[in-house]
Every structure is written in C-alpha cells, then in structure tokens.
Write a protein that binds this ligand. Structure first.
Ligand code: ADP
Ligand code: MG
Length: 262
C-alpha cells in the first residue's frame, strides 16, 4: 500500500511535452517540456514576451497549441480517446477538462453587479449545477479561508485591489480545482496590497494545492516554490530548486534577469 502510494505521488500530475505555439510567424513556444507533481508548487520566471502566459493558456486550453501534448491528471487537454485513438475533443469535453483547473489572472475580472458571495458561487451553480444552498455554504467556507468572510455581501468596487484578487482566488477555489494556475496575480496591485495576496497563495501552497505560478516576486518564489522554471524566448532555459538555481544561476541570461529584481 505504502509503495503504491509512493509510486502514485511521484508520478507527474501535469506533463507538457514539446509544446509549440506560433501566432503567425511569431514562434512563441518553441518546444516546452515541463512536469509538475501533485502538490508541487512551480514558479515560472522569465522576461516579458517569453511565452509564460501563452503556456498557462495552453494548459487551460484557452489557447490551442500547434503541436506537442499536455496532460493534466492523465487526460490529454483538448483531446479525447475514441476507439483507442486521440481525437480533438468537442467543447463539452474541453469544458469538463477545464473545470478541473482554476485560473487567476492579473486582472481580477469579477462581475461588478454581483456580490462577493455571488461571484464565488457563480461557476459552481451555473456551470457545475451545484444546488444553491450547498454552493453558498461552500463559498462562505472558502471566503473564510481567504480571510474575506465579512465581505461576502459587499460589491467588488467596495473592496481594495488586494481583496478583489483574493475574491478571484476564492472563485478559482470554488470549483474544487485539482490544479491552480496564476498569471502574474499581483502585477496589477499597488505595492502595499501585494503581501496579502502572496500570503493567501502561500497558505494554499501549504494546504497542498498543485500550483503553477507566473510571477516576478522573487522573495516569494524563494520561499514558496518547490521548483523554479526560467523561460526565455519560448524555451525553458533553466529549472531546479530555488535555493539552487536562484542562488547559482548557470546561464548569464538568468543571472541578468535575477539581478534586475534584487
Ligand atoms: P509573457 O506572458 O511571457 O509576457 P506571452 O505569452 O503573453 O508572454 O506572449 C508571448 C508572445 O506572444 C508575445 O510576443 C505576444 O505578443 C505574443 N502573443 C500572445 N498572445 C497573442 C495572440 N493572441 N495573438 C498574437 N500574438 C500573441
Ligand atoms: Mg504574461
């Protein structure tokens, strides 16, 4: 039993294999391979334009890759098995795959006409058909976890940017995701509001969520990441444990990048 569990835990939960994506003649992802284990927190660092957002969007199938393969929990994103062959999946299958993945963007994208509680309940009720009272109970629990239970009946505009971003994290958690993707979640925030959002993410990491985070927050990365991936020009340039690669970068490229944030 123990052996079985160990074997399962070391199996990668997310696998990106030779992912390629171009926009016209702009080759944005040039063969990205990446593995993330269950419960692992991977931070992707890299200069602007290196393809970080595009990679996250491919994992969530908001973008279709040109070639390569992405699996999440053993399922090939955007594909389904039919008669032992992989076929492009129809929308309902893609939606189901996507519903296992929570994503938090730089812009909070909350619905302004809905309260905090209604924002968090929206997807479970309208997409996952969770009964309203059950969704409400769950949403309140999650809001409590991100420290916003007392804001449940407020409208987003009455909250600070940091609080709004914590609501969008709560909204991502409400679908009970198996994977959380964060795309520069603190980049749009005033400096004094960054800490509370990073603290919320740190607590999710401690709770064992599997997370892929694009950020420029270097001290946070050193503290929270199990592994760091440095991307530039659509390829993975370096990866490893933060205390290793961030202390002794092997390439000039990564060294220069880090020096700009220290
Ligand atoms: P990063 O997140 O690392 O800053 P992105 O993945 O956003 O990088 O972008 C990588 C490159 O892909 C950029 O040159 C950007 O202009 C281009 N790009 C991203 N999305 C699109 C799109 N939908 N259409 C055309 N070009 C795009
Ligand atoms: Mg980006």
């Amino acid at each position: 039993m123990t052996e079985e569990l160990t074997a399962r835990n070391t199996e990668p939960f997310v696998i990106c294999r030779d992912v390629r994506k171009s926009f016209g003649s702009n080759e944005v992802l040039r063969g990205i391979s990446l593995e993330v284990k269950k419960g692992e927190v991977v931070v992707i660092l890299g200069p602007s334009g290196s393809g970080k957002s595009t990679l996250l969007r491919c994992i969530n199938h908001l973008e279709t890759m040109d070639s390569g393969m992405i699996t999440v929990g053993g399922e090939a994103i955007g594909y389904e098995m039919r008669n032992g062959e992989l076929w492009e999946a129809p929308y309902p299958v893609v939606a189901k795959q996507r519903s296992r993945i929570g994503m938090v963007f730089q812009a909070f994208n909350l619905f302004p006409h809905l309260t905090v509680l209604e924002n968090v309940m929206l997807f479970p009720v309208s997409v996952h058909h969770v009964p309203k009272d059950e969704a409400k109970k769950k949403a309140l629990e999650i809001l409590d976890r991100v420290g916003l239970a007392d804001k449940a009946n407020e409208y987003p505009r009455r909250l600070s940017g940091g609080q709004q971003q914590r609501v969008s994290i709560a909204r991502a958690l409400a679908i009970e995701p198996e994977l959380l993707l964060f795309d520069e979640p603190t980049s749009a925030l005033d400096p004094e509001l960054v800490g509370e959002v990073l603290q919320t993410m740190k607590s999710l990491a401690e709770q064992g969520y599997t997370m892929i985070i694009v950020t420029h927050e270097i001290p946070f990365t050193r503290e929270v990441a199990d592994r760091v991936v440095f991307m530039a020009d659509g390829v993975v340039v370096e990866e490893g444990a933060p205390d290793d690669v961030m202390v002794n970068p092997k390439t000039d490229r990564f060294r220069t990048f880090l020096s700009r944030y220290l």
